[in-house]
Design a protein around this ligand. Structure first.
Ligand SMILES: [Zn+2]
Length: 235
């Protein structure tokens, strides 16, 4: 099992494949930042610009641009320089032409040649249909990379619960499927330095996270933010 920043090196070149800007920050920000510090190649991909993530009163036509800029700022905090967009519509990945998506995603993966792909499992973690579609696309890719799926550890979920109750993180489902630590391939507890960095990266995304930081576990760094768990999907 991979638990420490040094052990993250075993993942080699790492690519995160997500649906929305911030999927990688929430679920793998510490792992990716540790990989950058280890000198590993890191690429993140977001299929959409997250334009459905507008809050009441926000002008809907510019939220995609705002989130694109916030993403650049938050990736800069983590030290990630390679960000790819597929430019699909937020909320509609399931209705996207699958052949076109697989071709685009395939190109982004093949020209990076990752050893590891981090992404959503078939459950989509939060039940979001975009996340579930991303998981399906990655499953259909022809790639030699090892694929890992995001999971939540039961203890970690206890810490997330207050945030979930406040802002409904797992918005389509009551709670995510929980996987105990011993079944995880990666159970990464961020160092205080990486936790602080991840928190700063969240602070670069005010359009989505102002309210999150008012909720209890996020008001104190070092708890819910500071653990990232994955199971291995490939053999
Ligand atoms: Zn998402």
């Amino acid at each position: 099992m991979i638990k420490t920043p040094g052990e993250i090196a075993r993942l080699g070149a790492v690519m995160f494949v997500g649906a929305h800007p911030d999927d990688e920050l929430m679920n793998a920000g510490g792992i990716l930042a540790a990989a950058v510090r280890n000198g590993q190649r890191v690429r993140t991909l977001s299929a959409t610009h997250g334009e459905a993530g507008a809050r009441p009163g926000w002008p809907k036509d510019i939220i995609g641009d705002i989130r694109t800029q916030e993403q650049a700022a938050s990736m800069a905090v983590l030290g990630i320089k390679d960000q790819v967009w597929l430019n699909y519509h937020d909320g509609f990945l399931a209705d996207t032409d699958g052949m076109d998506a697989l071709a685009q995603l395939g190109r982004a993966v093949n020209d990076f040649r990752p050893d590891t792909i981090l992404t959503f499992g078939p459950d989509g973690l939060t039940g979001h249909p975009d996340h579930r579609t991303i998981s399906r696309w990655v499953g259909e890719l022809e790639s030699k990379a090892n694929v890992y799926w995001i999971v939540v550890e039961p203890e970690q979920y206890e810490q997330l619960r207050a945030a979930d109750e406040a802002i409904n993180i797992f918005f389509k489902i009551k709670q995510p499927p929980l996987v105990p630590s011993e079944k995880c391939a990666i159970d990464f507890k961020l160092t205080p330095e990486l936790t602080d960095l991840k928190r700063k990266a969240f602070e670069a995304v005010p359009s989505q996270y102002e309210r999150l930081f008012e909720t209890k576990p996020f008001a104190r760094p070092g708890e819910a933010l500071a653990r990232e768990c994955f199971v291995k999907a490939t053999k």
